[in-house]
Design a protein around this ligand. Sequence first.
Ligand code: SF4
Length: 312
Amino acid sequence: MRRRTAPVLPVTPRSIALFRLGEACNNHCPMCSNSGRPEAWLTPQDDLLKRVDWLAAQGMKRVVVTGGEPTSHPAFWAVIQRLGERGMIWDINSNGRTFAQVGFADRAVEEGLQRAIISLHSHISEVSEEISGVTAKGHREIIAGIDALVGAGVPVMLNLVLTKLNHAHLLDYLTWTVARWGHEIELKVCFPTTVGRGGGWDGIDLRYLDVQEVVRAFVDACEAINLTWHLESFPLCAIADPRARNMGRSGFGETHYLDDISGDRLYPIAHIEAELGCFPETCRDCLAFDRCPGVSEAYARRWGAAELVPFR
Ligand code: SF4
């Protein structure tokens, strides 16, 4: 089964569009969820500026700038400047490394940055290096970039994709991040997707059952210290909690996705997510069905539905 959602969603003053500058990135994550299409690699500056104008003409007031790594695009500041000229504010989905450069975070705030999602997959350098495809210097830049964002007063959500390398020390990660950045930081734990170009990496060959216990313990530990936590792409039965907050792939409340090839079409994020998720027939009577993202088709084909036990 798939959840039915409207394929069109009007733009309102509260809408937020996911705006990809290109899939080019200075990290080399082996589990990269990007498409790998050559035409999506690096959108030219002129096209990006036209896209900003087009979004503004649709009434869009806010975007989440994403990549690849958006700050590594040569046109990054030109795009940000055009957003400001069109009266739009922005959030960013980033690996954080560029923010380690002196003055970068402060300039971003001056030019309209509201929030940041930064991917930090482990506090342990060797593990982070492997999952993010960076050197030890790259890992230090990620940490320094988060330091700079927090120091500049930007609300930060850390994004951790579970892999075979990091799930066992998830609770240590929580302790470490709170010790460094305090309770204002938000944490998001994602179950990996196998849809992108890195989908075949053995490190993300996980089942929900492999991580259920540690994710439950993570949620309980966050609750105990009043830390804001989020989960992404977990069917609710897989974490044994029908009331769990599960934000799907739209981490910052994005409502629309700007077509990253044509640049002149907007799709409802909820519709895209509904297309990506599926449910076995047994979910039909589950009490959590309305709130549950289901599982990816690839996961269902690989592992079947035996793990998915309806709430009654
Ligand atoms: S049984 Fe189906 S609908 Fe219910 S929580 Fe599990 S996956 Fe979601």
